[in-house]
Design a protein around this ligand. Structure first.
Ligand code: ADP
Length: 265
């Protein structure tokens, strides 16, 4: 990564004087590439469900009404709703991401995470269709200063991913506790497919997926971890990822002691 881009400007003053200005534009070029990639990715992610949706609409529209049984009609509607749902999830995540990027950081207000985790666990169990074992070790009183809605989406994202990337009968362990050094830690451990070490640093990039086909099939938008990373940063927290292929992964959000609200204060 040593190659750099230089923009050189040459200005002539009169007959004999020149001014040469060189500017390092490496960072600017990188940002521009990232922006272009992002627009291309969003367009692609939206076009796929839109094409499928338009295809089904055309099919249903072109068929004489009597040639479709109620069951077939239901089936088509279901498929169309699925595609609309994909687009909705993507647009929702994009809006969340852009709000996170544009709103100033705040100290937040005291938030007790236990009810938020409970809510996310209920959602995760629905997604799991009773195919996983859930274990929860939650400190009911532990509070941090933060923004409740943002914390809710980070907590939910990590749990949803654990369900999506853990085969049937796997175990998902959720913990929320204060460490000996005074940090507050939310962690989600799964016994799922795991992640190769070279992929781990890239997981929080927008639309980065280890296995595109598989991730799309699970209904993810490819933005969940980008959102989670942003929420972590805005709370002075670290998103830590440990994983072994075939053995499972642990994602944790570690909040600094300065965010933790002392008990009986
Ligand atoms: P997606 O919507 O694709 O799940 P995320 O940003 O939430 O997007 O995650 C990015 C990628 O990280 C996923 O596509 C998947 O490859 C990988 N990943 C995330 N969580 C896990 C997990 N618990 N186990 C294995 N792989 C995971």
């Amino acid at each position: 990564d040593t190659e750099r881009s230089l923009l050189v400007q040459l200005t002539r003053y009169g007959d004999r004087q020149f001014l040469i200005v060189g500017r390092d534009v490496t960072q600017m070029e990188k940002l521009e590439t990232t922006r272009k990639d992002f627009v291309a990715n969003v367009s692609h992610e939206l076009r796929t469900p839109l094409t499928v949706l338009a295809g089904f609409l055309e099919t249903v529209h072109d068929l004489p009404p009597e040639s479709l049984s109620d069951e077939q009609r239901e089936h088509y509607y279901h498929l169309m709703m699925e595609q609309a749902g994909r687009m909705q999830a993507l647009v929702d995540d994009l809006l969340t991401l852009s709000t996170l990027e544009s709103s100033p950081s705040t100290a937040g207000t005291p938030v007790r995470l236990a009810p938020i985790i409970d809510h996310a666990l209920r959602q995760a169990k629905i997604l799991s269709k009773d195919q996983h074992v859930f274990v929860a070790n939650i400190d009911p009183e532990l509070q941090i200063n933060g923004i409740e809605a943002e914390l809710g989406s980070a907590v939910g994202n990590l749990l949803t991913n654990a369900v999506r990337y853990t085969p049937k009968d796997g175990t998902i362990t959720v913990s929320w506790y204060k460490t000996e050094s005074g940090q507050a830690c939310y962690s989600v451990q799964d016994t799922g497919i795991g992640i190769a070490s070279q992929d781990i640093p890239r997981l929080t990039e927008r639309f980065y997926r280890v296995d595109r086909g598989r991730s799309r099939a699970t209904g993810g938008t490819g933005l969940g971890l980008a959102i989670t990373k942003h929420v972590a940063m805005r709370h002075g927290a670290e998103l830590n990822i440990r994983s072994r292929v075939g053995a499972g992964s642990t994602f944790s959000l570690d909040f600094p002691p300065s965010r933790v609200i002392a008990r009986h204060a």
